[in-house]
Design a protein around this ligand. Structure first.
Ligand code: FE2
Length: 334
């Protein structure tokens, strides 16, 4: 009996010998044809087939590896250089109860989270603001995080970017975000300086305040993480029978018991859509306590609806499956 035959049939090996070693040999050969019991000697045709299979397997491994590396490099380049500047214009209806006839069909454009500073390209922001002007907003709403504050130079940089800021035909409204309060979200002087610059340009900055635009009440809340979040007074003064809209940078604020009898829309930003979102999965990093609040529309119940804009800027220059966004709302009567 040939030696190979005895090894395969022996049962005193640590692996159960014969069959165990045969299985191990098959695994080590990564799926190669298992040795046959009492295999006949290779003929010429068998040798050629074995050589072809071996070559094909090597070629497959090489191509698969090259494909994986190429895919990772391409995806990384896209997420770094393409998507952070690839703005999506999202159209959405905005039905408001008791909306005055003068505002039905008018265009409210929301932009958010510009993050002027060292990480976002000024040219990209200015070109995007020019594009918003071409969309001819009737109302323009900017929902916070104008800057990623580093120093006084950031405010000079903001001045240059804001020189391209379009104005709404009927109003240009703004609220502040946590980054507009500088380091630790606590530098009130930075928030005041940004507010002054915006007001100088004719922007209505609402800090726990409200204004009326052609009969529509617009409330703007100060930032939820900042030192001046105090919505109770302005919200309690809102008549529920009047058409209204609320601007609130951080969507987590909608879960706080500060809304009284308000029924209507709340427009937010802050999340950047998570910046990187695997398909069909939630983004792994989201700066909210309520991880449901990623981007887009949410029904909060009791007549409140939330819309979260993905913003224009970023904290680090990477976006995947979360393109920067300009939201074009068409006002309608609910
Ligand atoms: Fe932001």
């Amino acid at each position: 009996m040939p030696r190979r035959m005895r090894d395969e049939e022996s049962n005193d090996s640590p692996l159960g010998r014969g069959k165990g070693r045969q299985a191990l040999g098959w695994v080590m050969n990564w799926g190669a044809d298992p040795p046959r019991r009492c295999a006949p000697p290779l003929r010429g045709g068998d040798f050629q087939r074995s050589a072809i299979l071996s070559f094909t397997r090597r070629e497959f491994i090489w191509k698969a590896g090259a494909g994986l590396i190429g895919g990772a490099v391409t995806t990384g380049f896209y997420a770094w250089r393409i998507e952070p500047h690839w703005v999506e214009v999202v159209e959405h209806s905005l039905p408001v109860a008791h909306l005055p006839a003068a505002l039905v069909g008018k265009r409210l454009i929301q932009i958010s989270d510009l993050h002027v500073g060292p990480r976002v390209d000024d040219g990209y922001l200015m070109a995007t603001l020019d594009r918003v002007r071409d969309l001819r907003p009737d109302l323009l709403a900017i929902t916070g995080d104008f800057v990623s504050y580093r120093s006084a130079g950031t405010l000079q940089q903001l001045d240059r970017v804001l020189s391209h800021l379009p104005r709404g035909k009927r109003a240009t409204l703004a609220i502040l975000g946590n980054h507009d309060y500088g380091y630790g979200w606590s530098q009130v002087i930075v928030a005041d300086q940004i507010t002054a610059r915006l007001r100088h340009l004719g922007v209505v900055v609402l800090r726990n305040e409200r204004c009326t635009v052609d009969g529509l009440e617009v409330v703007g809340l100060d930032d939820f993480w900042g030192p001046h979040f105090s919505p109770q007074k302005v919200m309690s003064g809102l008549e529920t029978t009047r058409p209204a809209l609320v601007l609130c940078h951080n969507p987590d604020a909608v879960d706080r018991p500060v809304w009284g009898g308000y029924r209507g829309w709340i427009l937010s930003g802050h999340t950047h859509g998570g910046q990187c979102k695997p398909p069909f999965l939630p983004p792994p990093i989201l700066p909210t306590r309520n991880k449901r609040y990623t981007a887009g529309e949410f029904d909060l119940g009791n007549g409140r609806r939330l819309y979260i804009n993905r913003g224009l800027g970023h904290l680090i220059q990477v976006r995947f499956n979360a393109r920067p966004e300009v939201t074009v709302f068409t006002l309608d009567r609910a």
